[in-house]
Ligand binder design. Structure first.
Ligand code: GGG
Length: 435
């Protein structure tokens, strides 16, 4: 079985988090006899600066046959955000009818919330965000440009199809979870569109008698996500409100770097697209400290959507394990000092440790194009830990009968490894060690 996945790394930290994550996805998929073929579309602001367009005119046609899309980030300090967003991200969401945006917020064990008294597991909700219309419908215009009586009009558009689709998806999710759905609106002020939304929520609620509905205005909802996040289960909101709520959700759960997202095509006619909630983070571009976990978890959602729940679960579990391990590397957003690649390597290690059967050896590792990493070939009887770094390979192991590191060059025996379980070894890149 094989899947064709289009990657659009985009701008800023997007290319880094995507390129570091792909080898991990190969690894996770190959454990379930799934082959992945990634095609990288280098669309984004660099292209815009060169050609005047974020992607080609026939961009959507070019990627329409993919099984799924993985996007990094969009946004560049030299170009206004509305041009980059409208040139790439929004046309894909709209053109591929990705009406449902699913964004989980989870406070994992080992992660500190900025909210006092919250621990791992206390926060676990998912926002269903309407994704192709509402406040993002791009209806309006500006007239009398530059004159004193200049006017700008921007209208929100709510269709029955779009609203029913997102509301129904949210009810389905709530019925499968804890049976609690919060519908976020501003019906007191927006007496046309948001009362329409309320009516549809009420209509569809009759189909889901086990789901309790709590209507909340966006102002109160935003406050309550900070004041009592533990009480939320599923939230459903319009495009703009959903976008705002999910940034709050990400930050009360510890970091924007942990928040995944899926833009789901529900008619089955187009691919869905997965992306971290975070943007391009120009302030940390080039520092190699972007947290890849949001991209890894977005990829886990991608596998779920492809009908590969085991691969999805393996990625979720591996990330949970890293976060729950005080000794595991994390990036500065979580209080650590690890690089993007070190975190991916730690997740990859957990994939090994969590898999029911250890296949014996990893025959191949991937090096990112911009930064060659050491190749590891590991043979083990029971426990294996792998790690990739640009200069050194650190191998911490618990029990193993045989291991090798590096491209096949001079064997380097490491007796310390035999006598001291959990010894940390540093092996120079390019060396090979046997035990
Ligand atoms: N990772 C996706 C990304 O770069 N998002 C930037 C952004 O501004 N998105 C706006 C939105 O989702 O509405």
């Amino acid at each position: 079985m094989s899947y064709q996945i289009v990657t659009i790394p985009g701008d800023g930290i997007g290319p880094k988090v995507v390129s570091e994550t792909l080898p991990l996805l190969h690894e996770a998929a190959s454990r379930h006899a799934i082959d992945l073929e990634f095609t990288n579309y280098g669309w984004g602001t660099e292209r815009y600066l060169e050609t005047g367009a974020m992607m080609p005119d026939d961009g959507l046609d070019q990627i329409a046959d993919a099984d799924s899309l993985l996007l990094g980030a969009v946004g560049h300090p030299e170009v206004p955000d509305h041009l980059t967003l409208h040139g790439l991200l929004l046309p894909i969401r709209k053109g591929f009818n990705q009406q449902v945006c699913k964004r989980p917020s989870i406070l994992f064990d080992g992660v500190e919330s900025p909210l006092r008294g919250y621990e791992g597991g206390d926060i676990d909700f998912v926002v269903y965000r309407e994704n192709t219309e509402g406040e993002y419908s791009d209806t309006g215009g500006r007239v009398h440009d530059g004159l004193d009586h200049e006017v700008a009009i921007q209208s929100a558009v709510f269709t029955r199809d779009g609203t029913e689709t997102i509301v129904r998806a949210a009810f389905e999710a709530a019925a499968a979870r804890e049976g609690h759905l919060t519908s976020i609106t501003k019906s007191n002020a927006q007496a046309f569109s948001m009362t329409f939304w309320d009516d549809i929520v009420e209509e569809i609620s009759t189909e889901y008698p086990t789901v309790e509905v709590e209507p909340l205005l966006i102002d109160a909802g935003s406050m309550d996500l900070v004041r009592r996040p533990e009480e939320f289960d599923v939230l459903v909101a319009s495009n703009l409100f959903g976008d705002i709520l999910t940034d709050i959700g990400a930050i009360v759960s510890g970091s924007m770097g942990l928040a995944p997202s899926g833009n789901i095509n529900v008619d089955g006619r187009h691919p869905s697209m997965f992306e971290p909630v975070h943007g391009s983070a120009p302030d940390i571009v080039g520092e190699d400290i972007a947290n890849p976990m949001a991209t890894v978890l977005s990829s886990a959602m991608l596998f779920e959507e492809l009908g590969e729940p085991d691969i999805s679960a393996s990625l979720w579990n591996a990330v949970r394990q890293v976060l729950g391990d005080d000794d595991a590397p994390v990036t500065p957003d979580l209080g650590g000092s690890a690089s993007t690649g070190e975190v991916v390597a730690a997740i990859e290690t957990r994939l090994w440790l969590l898999s029911e059967t250890h296949p014996g050896y990893v025959s191949k590792k991937w090096a990112s194009a911009d930064k060659p990493t050491a190749v590891l070939i590991i043979k083990t009887s029971r426990w294996t830990e792998t790690s990739r770094q640009s200069k050194n390979v650190s191998l911490t192991y618990r029990h193993q009968s045989r291991w090798m590191v590096g491209p096949d060059t001079d064997p380097m025996p490491c007796p310390a490894a035999r006598t001291h379980p959990r010894t940390s070894l540093r092996v120079r890149r390019g060396s090979l060690a046997t035990l």
